[in-house]
Ligand binder design. Sequence first.
Ligand code: MUC
Ligand code: MG
Length: 377
Amino acid sequence: MKIRSFEVYILDLPTIRPHQLAMHTITVQTIVVGCVTDDEGREGWSEVATIGGASYGESTPEAIKANIDTYITPLIIGQDPNHFDRIMNDVAKLVRGNYFAKTVVENAIIDLAAKAKNIPAFELFGGQIHKSLPIAWTLASGNTEKDIEEAQEMLEKKRHNIFKLKIGKGDPFKNVEHVRSIKEVLGDAARLTVDVNQAWDEDTSNYCIAALEAAGVSMVEQPLAAWDFEGMSRLTAKFNVPIMADEAATSIQDVFRIAKYRAGNSIALKPCKHGGMTQTKKVVGIAEASGLGLYGGTMIESSLGTAACAQLYSTISDMKFGTEIFGPLLFKDNVTVNDIKFENFEVIVPDGPGFGMEIDKEKVKHYAREFSGKQEM
Ligand code: MUC
Ligand code: MG
């Protein structure tokens, strides 16, 4: 079994409503899709999502594609997909950083290797511990009334009872009021968390986190800039409410530093941030050894990328904060033939071969910016 080709597509998928973060409002979400083929014509597919071009993180969709096509694909052609860890070890020697690009490549190879064995990908990571996982929804319409309506609808449908509020954009004090108003209406029917996406300084955080804690918020995600480990450490020591590192928790080395300096007492996992599934399991090991709480994060992937996250998260024994892999529900359309099921406040982990999803090639073609870059053996 040998890798024959690797293709990368950039797709723009419209969302059902604007999704407002500190640095960008998503109306069209850009995903990067990878397709690996082997010498017997089998295929493996993968996806990572990015948010707001270069505004959320350094890995832009265009850079992901260019760096895979130029630097990674030539290293993997002719390799045996069953040895995905060895392949990615070799890639890491010649390609620094580029975690999102590495995730596109490793995930596609894993999907292929698992499909060739006719097993779900989670079997390659020790097997499934959970068949379904708790799932949060992000309220980020930018409007308090709309957010309340949306939350009530989700509760009624039994789709979500954990809500994350994006509060990094605009006046921090008004945003705290926004959270308080939502909590007042929802009461104990839902758990509320907030994500500041790096937007506050330490003084603002000191004031606002105290108010959020008093309002009954159950977790505060990335209040400070990703580089501010010392500030995050002080906030973690000062408050009882859990402080979660997201943008700061990228490489395994960064996560080790967070654990060592307690720059957060919990972390959001996202395979794309860590450089793939194998690296994510190493991050989980650091967290488990140091008592960091885990959250199954998302970059708002569509059904394909979400299935990969769900499969990996299903192999982690204790996900203290549940997951937020709601991506497919925010898109008007998806790129797979089958859908991921969400029921009774949980996401059902797909358990078909590979990531359990059948790609819809017509949809990929429809939403892709261009078709190029195929490199063959
Ligand atoms: C982030 O920073 O967590 C995840 C959920 C959401 O609404 O935004 C993303 C990114
Ligand atoms: Mg976040």
